[in-house]
Design a protein around this ligand. Sequence first.
Ligand SMILES: *Cc1c(COP(=O)(O)O)cnc(C)c1O
Length: 575
Amino acid sequence: MKKWMMRFVMVVTISCMLGPVVFAEGADGTGSKSDFDRIQRIQKEAEDELERELGAFEITANQRELAKENEAGYPVLDAGRGNPNWINTQSRYAFTRFMNFSIEECENDFSQGNMAGHAQSEGIGERFDAAMNPRDSTDAFLIEAVKYCTETLGLDKDALLKELADAVIGDYYPSPSRCLPNTEVILNAYLQSTLYKGVDLAAETQIFPTEGGSAAMVYIFEALGHNRLLKKGDQIAIATPIFTPYMQIPSVKDYGLVSIDISSTEEENWDIPEEELVKLEDPAVKAFFLVNPSNPASHALSEGTLRRLQQVVKKNPDLIILTDDVYGTFVKDFQTVYSVMPYNTILVYSFSKLYGVTGWRVGLIAMNKDNICDDLLAELPEEDRDFLRKEYAIVSSEPEDLPFLDRVVADSRSIGLYHTSGLSTPSQVYMDLMALTHLVYAEEDPYIRLANETVKERYLALMDALGLPADEGTQNASYYTLLDVLSLSGSRYGGDFAGWLSESRTEIDFLNDLAKKKGVVLMYGPGFSAPEGTVRISLANLNKEDYVELARRLFELLEEYYEEYEAETALDNAA
Ligand SMILES: *Cc1c(COP(=O)(O)O)cnc(C)c1O
């Protein structure tokens, strides 16, 4: 599998060496037209190469096709992508019910044929109370949710219901475009409860709901580049192994950034070791990007590492930290980097996995009101500030004072269409309802506990079937696991066989065989910068018994390889 790794390193290196294509180097920043075309062509080729070589998701799609027609005629077992096989029902029932209530509110304004008016705030709280039936479980939840908002969060009942009714109906542009006001309070309470481990940040955090965590990342990188907080040649540190598409954003896209790895290993329980963390002390490192708990390794940073990270950042105080905490709720007593370093950290969260809402496209960006990006903007060289003043003059009368997060919102619609930016309002309501299914529980949320137990049981069943020791540590989110196929082969059939396997098959060969012969779809580790010989198994996609069957088929394939190996060695010995 070595041959394959070399190509990977080469492609990434080439793409890192290419200059910025879209963004200017200085205030004037124009290169000659032919240079531009040439660089763009080379970059395009590098991107194509990356796609061919590294598109883990595309490769999995290909294996899915192979698996359908597998030689054994087995039913397909797809543990490749991380799309959960569960959904949250309560938030969906509540959404439908609240939608119905809100349509009636509009009809209450005026109604003629299929046409109705807009919801009115006057008396909406009383009409809500009258409409809800406390003996119906969905209505009872909505009553509880509204009570939580008014009594615990201190929101005004009529204002809240009017905002939610308009939003679910979707008859106004999102206003303010960044986030609806009551929604921001609810989402802050959710983040506070699930990710901050008791650190009180809800009141000082600003939120921008986005079309999932993926859009959040793209928007942030766009705005960091456009606002010249990241420039050509800047170093950006990436905690690896990491979710593949993210690896491709900073290194290949338009900014010409240089990425350096902050790597963790299984031996260190996937926690970032001291010698890797200290790389962040270098002031040349402008940003640090991590997924926590990680994907594919599925481990959260330990408390000790969080403290050490805090010390490291004291030596590089301008470091921008970008943390993707989509798996945070899968670790009990999880603590986000944002709660330890709120000034330096931009937080990305997504509802996709926990609530089974990958098709909704709902996530968010959270940032402290007092943050490094706003301060760095104020310290930019005069020419950059001048450029940015002109850029944002069309959307703000005080463009220099426009906070970074609002620039992210503006940039998400190329500034010019700022007035139509913001996440669709029904999506914002749906986020509120998911958040409230959690918030109404003063003690432990049974849904989150169930989701955690579900993946944990599958993980334990898989490890047991593979005959491997399970990691039952609290940092293990168990949403995915990285399986070292070479080491498994070595311990089962001996080192010589593992050596033969690594010479005769690449990861892709192995995964293709697994799909083609056994109907099993997994993802390959090196695409995530995980060690060679590893594959990622998602514990979100299949039922518990399926993971036992998956392990059995994996061994069946290894057994066939072993027979081939024995036949070859027998021939060699005979020769
Ligand atoms: C699945 C996943 C997400 C979720 O992305 P969405 O766009 O919200 O669906 C975000 N980050 C990581 C690391 C993921 O694995």
